[in-house]
Each structure stands twice: as structure tokens, then as C-alpha cells.
Design a protein around this ligand. Sequence first.
Ligand code: CUK
Ligand code: CUA
Length: 764
Amino acid sequence: MRSLFRASVAGLALASVAGTAAIAAESLQDVMKRRSLTEKDLVNAAKTYTPTGKRDEFIVFSSGGQSGQVIVYGVPSMRILKYIGVFTPEPWQGYGFDEESKKVLEQGKVDGREIRWGDSHHPAITETNGEVDGEYLFINDKSAPRIAVISLKDFETQQIVVNPIMQSEHGGAFVTPNSEYVIEAAQYPGVLGRGYAPLSEFNEKFRGAVTYWKFDRARGRIVPEQSFSIELPPYSQDLSDAGKLASDGYSFTNSFCAERYVGGIERGRPPFEAGCSQADVDYLHVINWKKAEQVYKAGKVTMINDHPVIMMKTAIEEGLVALVAEPKSPHGVDVSPDGKFIVVGGKLDTQASVYSFEKIKTAMDAKKFVSKDPYGIPIIDIKDALHKQVPLGLGPLHSQYDSKPCIVYTSLYVDSQVVKWDYCEGKVLDKVSVHYNIGHLVAMEGESTKPKGKYLIALNKLAIDRFNPVGPLHPQNHQLIDISGDKMELVYDMPVPLGEPHYATAISADKLKPLVRYAYGTDSRTGMAHPQAVRPGSEKIVREPGKVTVMMTAIRSHFTPEIVEVEEGDQVNFVVTNSERAEDETHGFAVSTYNVNLSIEPGKTATASFKADKPGVFSYYCTEFCSALHLEMTGFLVVKPKGLATASADDSVKAGQTYTRTDFDKQYKTCTDTQVVIDSVVGYIVSTNFKDFKDVVALVEDATDQLNFAKDARTKADEAAKKQDWQNATLWAGQWWQYQVKAADIGLRAKTYLEQNGAKISKK
Ligand code: CUK
Ligand code: CUA
């Protein structure tokens, strides 16, 4: 686009590139030979290759593991599109560097402690009637029990909530079918409220829990005041899933150490791994959350850290919870699309267990229990709950559903395979080997009521020898599997270098409707108008004792103001608004040595705040290569030593070049020539039905803004010229040209868009 523009403005004909293609094109056979590719390789390549300009059919949100971030990539191309800063700072996006996002990270403090990492495991997209809808994304932190809310309008983290009672968690984030609640289940037992008790009182004092976080869809926020938890035994709760359709209103949570073993290898006791896998069974917790919501609303709760908890005794009395035995050390629990079945993988079992929700509900309703656990929670006989147990292979973990009825895919950790099987009939249909040690797997919308099939991704724990070596810490390996036919076909390996992604979730790309630009002056972290946003022409510097606030605009290719003087010790706030609307014209704002970097997308307002504790002259500059004059998008922060006599701020006039009438005339001619190019572009646009194209209308508005700025600069140049002030006349004429350049750039984008989208020439 820019090269096209430069060519036009300079009035140059586009050079033909044909002359450079002197080498005869290689044939497909030549390439196959040269790169030792088989026909199968080519078919696989064709399945993922996405030509320039083409987009992916599905978007995957993968946990970023220990990075505390989220990775966004496309399927089938496996091209990474974005990292979203969630629990940890992300400098490119200014996350953790601007004041607005610092407030979000601040919400993630646990017991007053700043946590500088996150162990993110399970992302979940908001659902409507059990179908993923692409409005918001949630992700959990296992280590510090937290859940984050990310808006899929701008892919920015909006909120972090800290679990008030858990020590750690794992079974989050899972949403109920209309995202009424976000489920978070504890992992390692603790004293509720993160308190103390001796380990010798483990059975009596330690507990697990499940929290139901209320989500306010209209506000896009979790509402802690309307959220509640249920106290559970110290069984090391694990993954969870919400019931849907047939099982709507229930949720399911695994556990993996119902033995309640407390290790102590250094005291001569066998380690956790032995003690937690000794018994033959663990428990699936079945919870009637709709009924629990009523119990909570009726006030039958105990407040722990100001958070309402339904205690086990109440949960038992009200019939909210039942346990079902599971083969030892289960891991994944995945509800089928129709909500009728629950598939549980047992890490140490060779079979998957398919439970029938109908059977479980019948037993619960009839109070048909085989026994009680030590806390009095009723246990349903496994025979009264099971639909089928199906031998799959070694180490079945997680399951994802296909668009075809009764078809499910389960990861086999020990076998390093994916097995495709029929959970209605209990038949294995196909197996495919993946590289080492698959954990989760993700099928397209494979946890929703309407899975889309087509692709499956294996999230492998080890990459071993798969990629070029990069030292002892290897990347992770996401392998794309084509599941459209009867046989699964492994087609692509993607290294993931950001942490260990545990789980990922996928959505049809056309369901996502992200913003192109913000409404002018938006605080992106609240979604509200920023109170200190300014428009071009009304920038200002407000001085209060000990504090300087600079309300600034950024537009290609300058900041206003460009020179800011403060005194040593002042608190300095730069509130920067990107005042352009052209797509993808993001500006950055960095102040050297002050640990400041903002990312200001079109329309956004962000604040850099710091104490000017070191006197000196510090450049600030734009950190995004936004235009040909990006390097010139700069300014000076002058921090005067305390007590220095205040001199005139305007010492810049003695610096730099002086200009003459010849310089002015030359610049003026460039401007009038450029206007001819602009006029021709404008002439083309208005000759079409451009008003039928929403995106073009926005571009035309932007270009008109720029042309108005240009007119203003031209007036200033003319006035200076009248006074024979060639210095300012030349510089204002130069600025006139800068605005023209931007207008022409936007105009050419509009013209290209119209040409590519079949605009009709209506006039002339
Ligand atoms: S996971 Cu979190 S331990 Cu299998 Cu969902 Cu990896
Ligand atoms: Cu704005 Cu570079």
C-alpha cells in the first residue's frame, strides 16, 4: 500500500518486476526432489497452506502456560496471531506499563502480594445455549487461584478475580451453557480462606471447594458479590465441566487423591505419588448448581473472607452433591454435546468411563446411594451411573467431541496417541500416533453443544527431537490432525515457545467480531470514555504543585506537545490519545530510561505515569513504525534540576536549520503537486458508490480530517509567507505536506478497497 502511494505521489510508473524473474520457475517435481518431499507431504501442505490474503476458518485460544498469557492462532494454517497479556505484563501491548492496565494487574494481587507470573491452564469462551459465541474469554491461574476475563472485542484483559477461599485451583475456567457462571474448582486442599492448620489435622481442617463466579454479560464482568462456593472434601479436585441440555443445571468435577494422602518422603513416608494412587477409586463430584444457587440466595451460607460458602453439611442436607466412584486417578471430565453422557479419562486406567447423566439423576432423585464418604456425602454405586467402560489404551486423559454423533476423541498420554471412538456403542474406531505425550486435545468447538468437527489439535507435552534444537528447554508441540475423514491424518507440527499450553479452545472465525478501532478517547480496560482524552487542537499541559499532566495526541507522525518541561521530583502523567482512525495505525509512546511503553491503537487513550526523579533531557518517541516519518515522531521531556532558575522554555528557536524563500517555494510546489494526486484519488472515490461500503466511508472521513488539518497548516504557511517569515512558512508548508501524505495514504486504501470489492462507477 505504501509503495503504491509513494509511486503515485512521486508520479513514477510502477517498475515492471517481470524482468527480474529470469530464472525459470521450478516445477512441483523439482521442489519435491530438492526438499525430499513425498506426495503425502504435499497433500498435508495443501491442507494447511493459506495463500497471502486468505484467512483461517477457525481461531484457537490456547493457554500460554507459565507465561500467564493466552496464545491466539488460526486453523488450519497454525499461524500465530496474537499473545494476550493476562496475568503477566506484556510490553508490546503496554500491558502492565500504562496506568489503565496496571489497574487490571493490580486486581490480581493475592493477599496483598504481587504475583508476577500465572500458571494458565484452561481457557473458555462465553456460551449461548451451550454454543460458543465469541464475546468473552476466561482463563484460570492454577498457582494463585485466579480467573481472568478477556474481551474478544479488543482481545484485552479486562478483569482478574482472586478466589477468596482457595489455596490453588485447577478446574477453571468452565462456563455454564449461558455463561451464567464461570466454574472454578480447587486443586490442592487447603484451609478455606488460605488459613493455617497442622497437616496432622488434614482430614478435619483441610478442604476443597468449587466456586461459581457470577458473570454479568452486559457489563462483561464477573460479579464477586453475586458469586458463591461449595465446600468439598480434601480430595484434590481436578477438572470440571458444566452440564448442558439434558444435564443443564449440574456440574461435574473430578478428584485424584480421594485417599487424602499427606506425603513426607523426607520423614520416611512414601511420597505423594504412591499415597495418592493406592486406592482403586477416586470420585466424580456431581453438583446441582441451580439448586445450590437457590440455597445461596436463601442465605444458607457461611462467610469466609467475606465470600459466601455453602458448607458440606448444608450441601448434604439440601441434596446438592453426590459422589460417583471413578477408576483411580482420573483426569479429564467432558460432557457430551447433548449433555447425556460424561466421559472420564483415568490416567492409570486403560479405559475411559462413560457415565449416563440420566442414571445419575435417577439415583440422586431416588436417593439410591450405596454408601457415604467420611464427610457424609452420599455415594452413588458406579453400576448405577455407568453407561459403558471402554478400553482405549494407556493413560486416557481428555476428550473432545466431533460434529458426528457419538464420536469422541481421547488423548492417550502414555501411548502418545489420539483414539477416535464411539461412546454410544463403546467401540474404538481409529488411532493416530502423535509425537511425545499428548495432554489436552482440542476439536473445533469440540466442547459445545454443536461441535464443528474438521480439525483436532494435539497439545503435546514434549517436543524432544521434532524441531531444530534451541537448548535444553524445548518448545511445546501442537500437532494438527485432519478429522474430516474416517481415518485421522496428522498434517502439521507447530512449535509453541511461550510456556506449556495445557488446554485450548476453538471457535469459528466468523463468530468473532472484533473492533477495528476504538470510539474516540476510550480507556480500553474499562471500555469507557477516558476523562482526560483530548482532540487535536485542545492538547494541554496542566500544572499543579508537584504534578504535571500532559494531555497529548498522537497522529502520524507527531505528538502534540513535543516539548514538555517539568521540574525534578514532579509526578508526570502523559495521557496520550491516538487521534487517528485509520486501520492498524497504532502508535507507541516510550520515554527513555523511565520504563514507559504504551501501545495506543486508533481511538485509544492510555496513561504513562512516573516520578521525574532524575534531572536531564529525555527523548520520548513512538515505538511503532507507523509511517515514513516514524523516526521523527519524537519529543523531549525536559526535567530541570530542582531549584534551577526558570528560563524561557523556548530555546529551540536557536537550534537547527534556517530556511529561505527558495526552500519555501520548493516545498510549496511539492504540496501543490501532491494535491493533484489527491484530487485524482478523490475524483475516483466520489465517482463510485463508495457510500455503500461502510469501511470506505470511515476511511473517507479520516482522509477528510487530514485534509482539514492540511488546510489549517497551509493557512499558517501562507500567513508566515506574507510576513516573509520564511522559517515558519517553510516548516508549516512541510507540515501541510505531511497531512497531505496521510490523506493520500488513506485515500489510496479506500481506492484499493473499492477496486477489490467491485465498486460501481456511477458518474462520468
Ligand atoms: S491439564 Cu492442567 S495439569 Cu490436563 Cu487440563 Cu495439564
Ligand atoms: Cu507513530 Cu511511529
